[in-house]
Design a binder for this molecule. Structure first.
Ligand SMILES: [Zn+2]
Length: 322
């Protein structure tokens, strides 16, 4: 199934590039201000990137990540500086230029600064698109404020990365999902979102920056789910929505080889609520059918055995009761 999807999205992307090249769309308007580019050794780059990421993390995000660690969906509260992904069937040698195990460049939102690893200056073009977007559109700032749910934030970040990939003339990567939410958010952004964004906005800069998917389900499955409101957090508690990428990750933690079942369950997601307090983590998930709820419940038990899980997971077949 994923192979078929990869072939379809791969050919759509190739076709998109060809059409884009033939029709030569109007390039984005020039920037008012040139960003500062800071070139660093790989070690200094990694340290600086970690520091910037720490500073960008809101209180809400930190609280949510504590819940994700307890659920075994990510390994650390601090986000990783670089992601290792599983290569898809259509991974090409040229994609090694991206070297996903080592981040190459980073745009610091709101500060007009690009950090780049010495020798990886070709990555600057992609970061310049981020800088350009940050100057013209509030999308990047809103993503950083903590007003979005985690599900929405991962979807918006994917739209932001897709915009940079398309406008910088890069190709999307065909990676595979894995048992880490951080890696799957990366997969959504660099592997899946470019074809999704191109289908909706072509290489029109204004239309690309206007994309604001309400959930990762929109990017993954073209769904526009009507989501139940999140419960109001109690004092000393935070509430967030993880979204279908959380289901995909949990299913792969429990059963790493059964990718088809993981996709099927992720597609059946109809909303969730993660509640994190000082002494408890509770994740309530709604699925579209009681059959999928039962299948997910079974995987929850298996996931708890394969990873140390210090959280309660409740699966419901209805779309209410979060
Ligand atoms: Zn980027």
């Amino acid at each position: 199934m994923l192979k078929i999807f990869a072939v379809v999205s791969g050919s759509l992307w190739l076709l998109g590039n060809l059409v884009g090249w033939l029709t030569r769309p109007t390039p984005p308007s020039p920037m008012k201000q040139n960003p500062v580019v800071v070139s660093l050794s790989p070690r200094h780059f990694d340290n600086r990137l970690r520091r910037e990421q720490r500073q960008l993390m809101t209180i809400q995000e930190r609280c949510t990540r504590r819940g994700l660690v307890a659920l075994g969906l990510v390994s650390h509260v601090e986000p990783p500086a670089a992601i290792s992904v599983r290569r898809g069937a259509f991974w090409e040698p040229i994609q090694d230029l991206w070297r996903p195990g080592q981040a190459q460049a980073f745009y610091v939102p709101g500060r007009d600064t690009i950090l780049v690893v010495e020798g990886a200056e070709s990555s600057i073009r992609h970061e310049l698109v981020h800088a350009w977007e940050d100057e013209r559109s509030p999308r990047m700032k809103t993503t950083a404020t903590g007003s979005l749910t985690l599900d929405e934030r991962m979807a918006w970040r994917a739209a932001i990365e897709a915009t940079a990939i398309i406008l910088a003339g890069e190709r999307s990567l065909l990676a595979k999902p894995s048992a880490s939410l951080d890696a799957n958010a990366w997969l959504l952004a660099y592997s899946i979102a470019p074809a999704w964004a191109y289908e909706r906005a072509g290489s029109d800069a204004a239309r690309l920056t206007a994309l604001r998917p309400i959930s990762a389900a929109s990017v993954l499955f073209g769904q526009s789910p009507v989501l139940p409101a999140l419960p109001t957090p109690a004092p000393n508690e935070c509430v967030d929505r993880i979204g279908p990428l959380g289901i995909l990750t949990l299913a792969l933690v429990a059963d790493p080889k059964n990718e088809a079942s993981a996709w099927k369950l992720a597609r059946s997601w109809r909303g969730d609520a993660l509640r994190v307090s000082n002494n408890s983590v509770r994740w309530t998930i709604s699925m579209s059918s009681s059959r999928d709820s039962t299948a997910l419940e079974r995987l929850v038990v298996r996931a708890a055995k394969s990873r140390e899980q210090r959280a309660q997971v409740i699966v419901t077949g209805r779309t209410t009761g979060l």
